[in-house]
Design a protein around this ligand. Structure first.
Ligand code: NAP
Length: 339
């Protein structure tokens, strides 16, 4: 059983703990919160045994192997650094880091701490259905690839506060916490594009800004040698569009690129074939299982291969996200926080 410590006591941590319980491979032991009262209030119902409001003590004294980090985006970097320095296995929520300099610094630190492991919680790429869709598209691509259109657009209830001028604005709508549509939902679209098509040759982002300065929604264009991919994402509207990737005459349709429940292959005769793979009730269960396999066998050859692949993907996604931001001149205070 892997002993689990957590940072961040909001809804996504509840979902992760539910998934962790379903796997039967983790046991929550330690909770860090900015206040002791919140650490206890949050952790007790889950059976935690240790509570901290001091991050250094949490990492130095805490009885846990794995730390799950679900704090605001701009804070991940410093918290992950501490976790690596304490040789932990680390699951950091997406997007792991704000720019390639941070990613590079983290990889150097990982090299100096060979017992530590770091994975980004890109839950959708770990599901059997997504893996099957990827295999199908790799087959389609052998004949021809015409790119795709990926949409991830969901109204955020937190936008109500922005519209109402109700300050402080929610972290996710602030530059200070490296928020915005690209960082929050666009990252799923970018993961989709990178897993399906690889690294683009060039990118462009056309954001619509919220009054807080972050991108509220936007359209991104990823250019590849022979095709392009359009990403449409946002937090201030609801889209009901599917995402599509194209062969020549055949098409693969995802009901959602990040919460994938149904994938349909339309052949050259426009006949529909629904892909058949189990879909877990909690969409974080598959990643928690994959991560447990790595943490329980960190030196196993197959696990090391998977780990390297996840790190490569995370690095590419980080670089594409940064290039998109640069193309739109979107800057975060955290861009200056390296080292
Ligand atoms: N994989 C997914 O599907 C998914 C879904 C949602 C979010 N996420 C990711 O999870 C992370 C957290 O998102 P969220 O929406 O939960 O963020 P959030 O509500 O803004 O903050 C999450 C937690 O961080 C702590 N926190 C809040 N403000 C802070 C501050 N100023 N300084 C230090 N800590 C602070 C709080 O815990 P304490 O009060 O206990 O300190 C809070 O519960 C983000 O990286 C996000 O992208 C992933």
């Amino acid at each position: 059983m892997l002993k689990l410590g957590i940072i961040g006591t909001h809804i996504i941590t509840d979902q992760m703990l539910d998934a962790a319980k379903t796997t039967g491979k983790y046991q929550l032991t330690a909770v860090y919160s900015r206040t002791m009262a919140r650490a206890k209030e949050y952790g007790r119902p889950y059976g935690a045994t240790e509570y901290y409001d001091d991050l250094h003590k949490f990492f130095e004294d805490g009885d846990f192997d794995v730390v799950y980090i679900a704090s605001p985006n701009s804070i991940h970097y410093q918290q992950v650094r501490l976790a690596i320095e304490n040789d932990k296995f680390i699951i950091v929520e997406k997007p792991a880091f704000v720019n390639p300099s941070q990613f590079e610094a983290i990889e150097s630190l990982l090299a100096a701490h060979p017992k530590a492991r770091l994975v980004e919680a890109a839950r959708h790429i770990h599901t059997p259905l997504y893996k099957q869709a990827l295999a199908k598209f790799n087959e389609m691509k052998k004949n021809h690839c015409q790119g795709g259109t990926i949409t991830v657009m969901k109204y955020s209830s937190r936008y109500d506060k922005v519209l109402a001028d109700d300050k402080p604005y929610p972290n996710i709508f602030t530059l200070k916490f490296a928020g915005g549509a690209l960082m929050d939902l666009g990252v799923y679209a970018v993961y989709g594009a990178v897993t399906l098509f690889g690294q683009p040759a060039s990118v462009l982002y056309f954001p619509t800004l919220a009054k807080t300065g972050v991108d509220a929604k936007g359209v991104a264009l990823l250019n590849y040698k022979d095709f392009s991919v359009t990403l449409n994402f946002g937090k201030t509207a609801n889209s009901h569009l599917d995402s599509e990737v194209y062969g020549l005459k055949d098409t693969l349709v995802f009901d959602s690129i990040f919460d994938t429940k149904k994938v349909t292959y339309y052949d050259a005769n426009k006949q529909a074939h629904v892909l058949d793979a189990p879909v877990a009730k909690n969409s974080m269960t598959d990643e928690m299982n994959d991560f447990a396999d790595l943490f329980n066998n960190p030196e196993d050859e197959e696990e090391v291969k998977k780990y390297q692949h996840w790190l490569d993907l995370a690095r590419t996604v980080n670089s594409v996200m940064y290039s998109l931001r640069q193309s739109a001149d979107l800057k975060f205070p955290a861009d200056k926080d390296e080292e």
